[in-house]
Design a protein. Structure first.
Length: 299
């Protein structure tokens, strides 16, 4: 019996073995090449790319640069048109501690209840009398003329004026303290008062006095005011009120004898100053008036 050696199976078997070997060598070369490509790709990307385990290199995306941030916009200060109000006399009836009053106090600013929005009633002593007259709601806006008319919050404004007969509390009327009061401006620089339309007495244009303080804490005397000035009442409204409302009889003839140009307070002011010192008013004798005014402070 012929014995066949396992290592010598004839030419046909040898050919099959050689073909298989060639196939294995080709496959080895393919995998080696793929691995080299993947390794080079990893090196080119700074080592941040990954090598595929299946023999195919995963492309590494090119980082997209972040957009350059836009400059941060700076808010534009509020703009407006305003001027500094001129300084005017506080007159003979301020009750702010700068002169001596014949009434209950010479300095109403030191009264505990002087801060109030409705100033029509007396608030010092035992009197609770209320001044009669055409109602006026006056809203004042205090602004800084050196900062594009920006509102000044926390400022104290003291206003006072005569009654419809032209008389002042704490002086002509020593036991009354009405038509005086202090308000503090809000975040919009505004403060409002409810009062009456003042009468006109001989020799003066109808007006409202005011003093402005940088804070309520400093509103303890007229000498500490950052501004002392006056509002000039609008001519047309003066004529309407004095001729159409009761109690203003004496104002009719007094008003006929005065003028803004001839007034010893407003007479030397410019047109722009007068315009700002004159409140804008709307309403009627029966319904009352709403008034707005701006006070310009140079801070």
């Amino acid at each position: 019996m012929q014995h066949h050696d396992d290592h010598d199976l004839g030419l046909a078997q040898d050919l099959k073995a050689m073909e298989a070997l060639a196939t294995r060598r080709h496959a080895l070369r393919w995998f080696t090449g793929a691995g080299t490509v993947a390794l080079l790709a990893a090196c080119d990307s700074g080592g941040s790319g990954s090598v595929a385990t299946t023999g195919t290199a995963t492309p590494v995306p090119t980082p997209t640069p972040s957009p350059t941030p836009s400059p941060t916009s700076t808010p534009t200060p509020s703009s407006g048109t305003c001027i500094a109000d001129p300084t005017e006399t506080n007159g003979p009836y301020p009750a702010d501690g700068t002169n001596t009053s014949s009434g209950l106090t010479s300095n109403a600013l030191t009264a505990s209840n002087v801060v109030r929005s409705d100033i029509r009633s007396s608030f010092i002593g035992s009197s609770t009398a209320t001044a009669d007259g055409v109602q006026v709601t006056l809203t004042i806006t205090v602004v800084n003329v050196n900062a594009s008319c920006a509102p000044l919050a926390g400022y104290a404004v003291y206003i006072w004026h005569c009654d419809r007969s032209g008389k002042y509390s704490l002086y002509d009327l020593p036991n009354e303290s009405y038509l005086r009061g202090v308000g503090v401006t809000d975040a919009n620089g505004q403060v409002s008062f409810t009062t009456i339309f003042p009468g006109c007495y001989a020799g003066r244009w109808p007006h409202i006095h005011f003093e402005v303080f940088s804070s309520l804490a400093t509103a303890t005397g007229g000498r500490y005011a950052v501004l002392v000035s006056q509002f000039a009442m609008p001519s047309a409204v003066c004529s309407t009120v004095y001729n159409g409302a009761s109690g203003y009889t004496s104002s009719i003839s007094n008003f006929a004898g005065v003028s803004l140009n001839g007034d010893n307070v407003f007479g030397d002011n410019s047109a722009a100053q007068i315009a700002q010192q004159t409140p804008a008013m709307s309403g009627s004798v029966s319904a009352g008036y709403t008034a707005t005014a701006t006070i310009g402070i140079a801070r």
